[in-house]
Design a protein. Structure first.
Length: 446
């Protein structure tokens, strides 16, 4: 007999239902409800319910084994469309399949090798500037700027150099708009063009960003030369069957997707990594010893000299997965753990829950990079910081390479010390970010 998944009955907000608490503090309530209700349960709100999948096996069913039943993104991705348009992260169905096929070659190993030196150059320059700081500072904007510089040059080569600060400002405005909607869900019911100071700022930022991107696209189309960057790859990509490439609108949406997904998540990941290293001196010492032993050379051939650095990166992504959850929408009737799933059902896969669960990890809140030794690699069912299945983040190798490079470049030049009394608290919004920023004290090593 197929059953209906249990619904959360407490706590419940008088208007917004249990979704009010899930939205305010998902890191607290989702695991608690899993203990009470089991592997599958539903969260209710006036605009509909969401089914939470709290079992690794069932999450794999949704994301991989039966992904065709859940190929569409969940309702929450409407917020991300404010930032990204209808790009790889937010699109669904056949359109997504086509875009994934067109963009995949841009992230092949050869392309990552081509931008390696640029990542090193940018990271070393920012580490040099940070080493001159004479007091504690919030490193969140530092890494937001650095990752923006890296994705800008990877995407546009030198075309956007003069516009980089403007692009960062526009993305910040659009990001704050999306965060405001997450914090104040009633804004979903307002017309998108309802005249307020906030919407005016948002639409001005969007128009300005679109103008920059479209101007660069038009210049490239007219010039016709290969700049050996991501945009050149996107412009030259075409469907093997139809011979069609991307329209300007599709290009714009994929560019915005790469900008937002390629800098917000990685910047937050570096904040968490450096916080963990700064508060674990024995791990810091081992990490710096590996970095120092490798010398000054840092190229694609020397990455093998940093196995412990890679372990630190992977463990920090376990403890603080910046992509803390993923959403899906059922398109074909299914069954999960004996519970009926109707077409149209929104599902939430809480990645952090699998990364932190005592069912699957020994001392899950302990920072232990040795979990990722070659003979101890965790199952991909309980560790998937970039998602899983066919919709795994297309830029996962780009991000891992970038995180290793930044870790090596920064810790080669400086130590970062924790600031006593500064609150460090994760905030699960679009990404898992430090709620109050991440204040650390840089100390030059040499």
């Amino acid at each position: 007999m197929i059953r209906i998944a249990p619904a959360v009955d407490e706590p419940r907000h008088w208007l917004m239902g249990s979704a009010f608490y899930a939205q305010r503090d998902p890191l607290k309530w989702i695991p608690r409800w899993a203990e009470k209700y089991g592997d599958v349960y539903t969260i209710g709100s006036p605009i509909g319910s969401a089914m939470v999948v709290a079992s690794p096996e069932l999450a794999r069913q949704v994301l991989a084994d039966r992904y065709a039943h859940y190929i569409e993104k969940g309702r929450s991705y409407a917020v991300l469309r404010i930032l990204m348009g209808n790009g790889l992260v937010t699109s669904s169905g056949e359109f997504w399949r086509g875009q994934r096929k067109l963009t995949q070659p841009a992230f092949h190993r050869r392309r990552l090798d081509a931008i390696f030196a640029m990542m090193v150059r940018r990271s070393r320059a920012m580490a040099e500037r940070l080493s001159k700081a004479d007091q504690a500072l919030d490193i969140a904007p530092v890494f937001s700027q650095l990752t923006l510089e890296i994705i800008s040059e990877a995407m546009f080569s030198t075309d956007v150099e003069s516009e980089a600060s403007k692009v960062g400002g526009y993305i910040h405005i659009l990001n704050e708009t999306a965060l405001r909607m997450l914090r104040q869900p009633w804004r979903f019911f307002m017309p998108r063009r309802f005249p307020t100071p906030f919407t005016k700022t948002e639409f001005n930022a969007r128009a300005s960003m679109d103008a920059i991107v479209h101007n660069i696209i038009e210049r490239r189309r007219k010039g016709g030369e290969d700049h050996d960057d991501l945009l050149s790859m996107f412009l030259s990509a075409c469907d093997e069957e139809t011979g069609k490439g991307m329209s300007n609108e599709q290009l714009r949406d994929e560019v915005m997707t790469m900008f937002v997904a390629g800098h917000e998540t990685t910047a937050n990941a570096m904040c968490w990594l450096l916080h963990l290293v700064a508060t674990h001196p024995e791990i810091e010492a081992k990490l710096m010893a590996e970095i120092d032993a490798a010398g000054d050379a840092l190229d694609t051939g020397s990455l093998a000299a940093f196995p412990y650095t890679r372990q630190v990166v992977e463990e920090s992504l376990r403890m603080f997965p910046t992509i803390w959850s993923v959403g899906r929408r059922c398109v074909k009737e299914d069954e999960l753990g004996g519970y009926h799933v109707r077409p149209g059902t929104t599902l939430l896969i809480p990645i952090f829950h699998f990364h932190w669960g005592e069912k699957w990890w020994s001392e899950p809140r302990k920072f232990d990079p040795d979990r990722f030794l070659p003979d101890r690699k965790p199952s991909p069912e309980i560790y998937f910081p970039f998602g899983a299945g066919p919709r795994t983040c297309i830029g996962n190798q780009f991000a891992l390479q970038e995180l290793v490079i930044m870790t090596v470049c920064f810790l080669k030049q400086l130590r970062l010390r924790p600031v006593e009394g500064f609150p460090v608290e994760p905030d699960a919004l679009i990404t898992l970010r430090p709620k109050w920023g991440m204040k650390l004290k840089p100390e030059p090593r040499w």
